[in-house]
Design a binder for this molecule. Structure first.
Ligand SMILES: C[S@@+](CC[C@H](N)C(=O)[O-])C[C@H]1O[C@@H](n2cnc3c(N)ncnc32)[C@H](O)[C@@H]1O
Length: 296
């Protein structure tokens, strides 16, 4: 059933998506299609053909989620398949020093940890203490004990990495705090207080974090910027502003990451009316080897 949404909220997204908004709002209120991601094991049968180590989540088979391997780690983490794709777009290589700037609860952290294997370092950062506790628990529950020493949970404001850790990381994932409309419309109190200026203030914060991510990555390094927001102001326009204001940064063009991915001006988007999961936007940036930064 589709419930009523506040007029101002409805109008904002209708303006953005036109007739599609009717389908989209219905899809946002429907149950999200999720997957079982098995970073460090899993059955080989039934793996999704466009997403390695990942199986469709079938509610009647929830017993799968509880399976543990010999090290007593949980095997299957339930998440949005587009989240797996976003973390994979960072193309982490063994030996990399990786920053997951806004990491809790930690689904994408698991994808990054899997790619790193037993060589490299992953700094999983989260500002909120409560959410950081959840992130720590996810790492303890899912990552094999032998790989945990190379994962460092940190509790800084992501902005600080731009000042205190310039050119330090091979890869930075910025899965930014955002409007998260799918969750927002489940929260009647927050939704009732919604104003378009909320998007503007988030976009400002997102740009600050992206500028810090660019500062923190080494020349030649890669950044993935992602959100689960629907407005271009929080997606392509944040990336466009960074490209405009920071020199020595370019977009990395990737092929479609899934059969459901939709092209945006600078990145890719998964929308729930098309595939049942998302919304999830991402763009990939690279800091050029020879850069001459101008400050923003
Ligand atoms: C979209 S969620 C991250 C989801 C996570 N990457 C995952 O895959 O499970 C954004 C997170 O950023 C955190 N956050 C908000 N502002 C932050 C900041 N300035 N620095 C670091 N983390 C921040 C929020 O508490 C929230 O947990």
């Amino acid at each position: 059933m589709v419930s009523e949404l506040p007029t101002e909220f409805n109008q904002h997204y209708q303006q953005l998506y036109g007739l599609r908004w009717l389908r989209l709002r219905e899809a946002l209120q429907a149950k999200e299609k999720q997957v079982l991601y098995a970073p460090f094991g899993g059955d080989s049968e039934g793996e999704i053909d466009w997403l390695a180590k990942t199986w469709w989540y079938i509610p009647s088979r929830t017993d799968w989620v509880q399976l543990r391997n010999q090290e007593q780690n949980l095997i299957y983490y339930v998440m949005d398949p587009a989240s797996v794709l976003v973390a994979k777009a960072l193309a982490v290589q063994p030996g990399d020093h990786v920053l997951d700037m806004c990491a809790a609860p930690g689904g994408k952290t698991l994808v990054l940890a899997q790619a790193l294997g037993n060589d490299g370092r992953l700094d999983a950062n989260e500002l909120s203490a409560g959410r950081r506790a959840r992130l720590t628990k996810v790492i303890q529950q899912y990552v094999p004990r032998s790989l945990r020493p190379q994962i460092f949970v940190r509790g800084q404001d992501g902005i600080r990495f731009g000042l205190a850790a310039k050119k330090s990381f091979d890869r930075v994932l910025l899965d930014a705090p955002c409007s998260g409309e799918r969750h927002l419309i489940e929260n009647a109190k927050e939704l009732a207080q919604w104003k378009p200026k909320r998007i503007k203030s988030l976009a400002k914060k997102q740009y600050g974090l992206l500028a810090a991510a660019i500062e923190a990555v080494k020349p030649g390094g890669r950044i993935v910027y992602s959100t689960c927001a629907l407005s271009p102001e929080e997606n392509d326009l944040v990336v466009a502003r960074a490209l405009e204001r920071k020199s020595g940064v370019e977009i990395v063009e990737l092929p479609a990451p899934s059969p459901f991915a939709e092209r945006t001006t600078l990145g890719w988007m998964h929308l729930p009316d098309a595939c049942g999961f998302g919304p999830l936007y991402f763009a990939v940036l690279r800091r050029q080897e020879e850069e001459s930064e101008v400050s923003s």
